[in-house]
Design a protein around this ligand. Structure first.
Ligand code: ADP
Ligand code: MG
Length: 232
């Protein structure tokens, strides 16, 4: 079970109001994409969920437990992959697992292979391209034993072919294991391909005030709900 609720979240940076009484919910097993212009506050929302920022006001709950500012209960991939330069690729991807259990190195190697990084398990982050580093961070978030996954533009540095591979992989994991997913992207096609529901943040300060559904054919052949969040 993993239902995430953000309630009445307000976040300011100095004088700047970024989020104004934002409400957002991701239901158990749901795949939700978060879109919106640059600077609208998507990564700020992620940082609040991941415990890197504190909200000025409001509540963040995972399965009815308050997680404001607490780390650990969510697998979280930030927009900028934070790899430890002194650790190899393999050591980096098992980093989160190690906090909870003995890491399954074979599984980690298989996942690296799936991510196209078979020959890089023992390489160091500085030896990789930006897209490769992004995939290392992606594998790390998939290996993390959490049932809620937050991904902040995880495929932004990938070429179209690799991106499609990673999308299909993520979908197959989601279909098998049904984690709840919150996924930030600038790519509308990607959001439509992957998600059950799309949230669009408006300009600053953003909050969710409007929701509507649309119906159209999509690869997963399910209905998609499109919600907008524009300030009046
Ligand atoms: P997005 O991910 O939607 O592009 P961000 O959440 O990164 O947007 O940023 C939203 C706004 O908050 C921007 O104006 C950004 O400059 C500001 N911001 C984000 N983090 C900080 C911070 N740590 N200190 C000051 N301003 C910040
Ligand atoms: Mg961002």
């Amino acid at each position: 079970m993993s239902t995430l609720v953000l309630e009445n979240i307000t976040k300011r940076f100095g004088e700047q109001m970024i989020l104004d009484k934002l409400d957002l919910q991701v239901n158990d097993g749901e795949f939700v994409s978060l879109l919106g212009p640059s600077g609208s506050g998507k990564s700020t929302i992620f940082h609040l969920i991941g415990g890197l920022y504190q909200a000025d006001q409001g509540m963040i709950r995972l399965d009815n437990e308050t997680i404001n500012g607490k780390k650990g209960s969510i697998s979280y991939m930030p927009q900028t992959p934070s790899l430890f330069p002194w650790r190899t690729v393999l050591e980096n991807v098992i980093l989160n697992v190690e906090l909870y259990q003995k890491p399954d190195k074979q599984k980690a190697l298989e996942m690296l292979e799936r991510a196209g990084l078979k020959d890089y398990a023992n390489a160091y982050p500085h030896e990789l391209s930006g897209g490769m580093r992004q995939r290392v961070a992606f594998v790390r978030s998939l290996l993390s034993p959490q049932s809620f996954i937050c991904l902040d533009e995880p495929f932004s540095s990938l070429d179209e072919f690799t991106r499609l591979e990673m999308q299909k992989w993520l979908l197959s994991i989601w279909e098998q294991e049904r984690p709840s997913v919150l996924f930030v992207t600038h790519n509308i096609e990607e959001a439509i391909f992957l998600s059950d529901r799309i949230l669009v943040l408006g300009s600053k300060p953003a909050n969710v005030i409007k929701e509507f559904s649309i119906d159209f054919e999509r690869p997963r052949n399910e209905k998609l709900t499109l919600s907008t969040a524009f300030l009046e």
